[in-house]
Design a protein around this ligand. Sequence first.
Ligand code: HEC
Ligand code: HEC
Length: 369
Amino acid sequence: MKRNIVWVVMALSTACGSSSEPTPPPTSAAAAPAIPDPAPPQPLGGLAALAPAHFDRAQATLGQRLFFENRLSGDGTLNCSSCHSLDHGGAEDRRVSTGIHGQQGPINAPPVLNAAGNFVQFWDGRAADLEAQAAGPVGNPLEMGASWDTVVTTIAADESYRTAFAALYPGDAAPVTQDHITHAIAEYERMLVTPGRFDRFVGGDASAMTDDERRGYALFTSLGCTSCHTGPNVGGTMYQRMGLVRDWFAQVGRPLTDADNGRFNVTHDEADRHRFKVPTLRNVALTGPYFHDGSAATLTDAVRTMGAFQLGRDLTDEQIRLLVAFLGTLTGDVPADARPAAAEDTTATPPAPSPATTEPPIPPGGPRS
Ligand code: HEC
Ligand code: HEC
């Protein structure tokens, strides 16, 4: 609904004679202006304001507790936020993940913030939705290294969890199940939508972005970044080859891994080798290092690489500076009530037992700070 309104606004303002036209295809190189005029306050190139996802608040609150629950890991040391920190844009501060017993995983953790808006989950799209995704890390020996049978037994043995599941998933003799746990976590993730300055700008508040940010935005669309990074998530709508125009994998300077195969690992179709879900650029200023292998340390590196290998353009330092400035406007606010209470934070200390835990801490429509 909200999104429709945004699109109507866009159609109207385009009809009123805007001079900036979006998105030439990425490989038709020459025409984009070196430094364009600031973009007008409207969505270009298929970008759009973020719309909140639908979720049940009480189930999301239960999911929040589970997201920060160390008992979901085999040795009680990790929870979802160990690799998806809300303070790091929902991603991690490392090239690749570290699972239980310090084991290095094969790939960089993408952000959970706004993940609900992605068309599929994981770099290779092997999970259709957040529920299917959440089933993965718990049993993955390189990540949380637990078994779902053990996790279900442990959670069901906790009186406060048992009561909450019985209230929120009624009609089941044993309400604590893997499906209900992953559903509650997915409901919580649907809370994690982070509108920011860009959304205020395309909603009509011209002062929400500086001139340089608006130039970067015009450049982002005129160069053709939006042919892949599009939609409200500025990504998460398609698979594309890493190294579309120039061969990126030929110059990585390390042996290739299974993780580098991307979508091929799911389809075994040669055409899918090195194709990845185009990542969201929401909060990208916070989520480095970048790319599926974490090989780009800074946003400047990542943008330079994108220009060269996805568009066949050697961007100037000034173009890169403006693009990075624009990307900063995609940093948004995590809803205050999605943050954990201090005692539930990410360390190995189990949450302090509380007499009030039979009730989810925030009732539907309840108090917010
Ligand atoms: C040990 C680190 C680690 C832990 C713990 C972990 N994840 Fe992840 N997560 C990753 C990695 C790495 C990926 C990417 C894997 C891939 O694409 O093959 C990922 C991918 C995801 C994605 C997909 C996002 C996208 O854009 O595709 C979501 C959502 C997610 N994790 C949620 C969770 C939840 C919920 C939990 C807790 C049940 C969790 N993660 C626990 C490392 C971790
Ligand atoms: C042909 C499609 C395509 C085009 C065009 C494209 N990208 Fe990308 N972008 C991708 C893919 C695919 C990835 C993931 C690559 C990987 O991880 O190996 C990516 C990753 C990124 C990342 C890193 C995100 C992260 O979380 O790791 C940034 C930043 C980025 N792109 C910015 C841009 C900018 C700026 C432009 C325009 C100059 C652009 N992209 C053009 C497909 C594209």
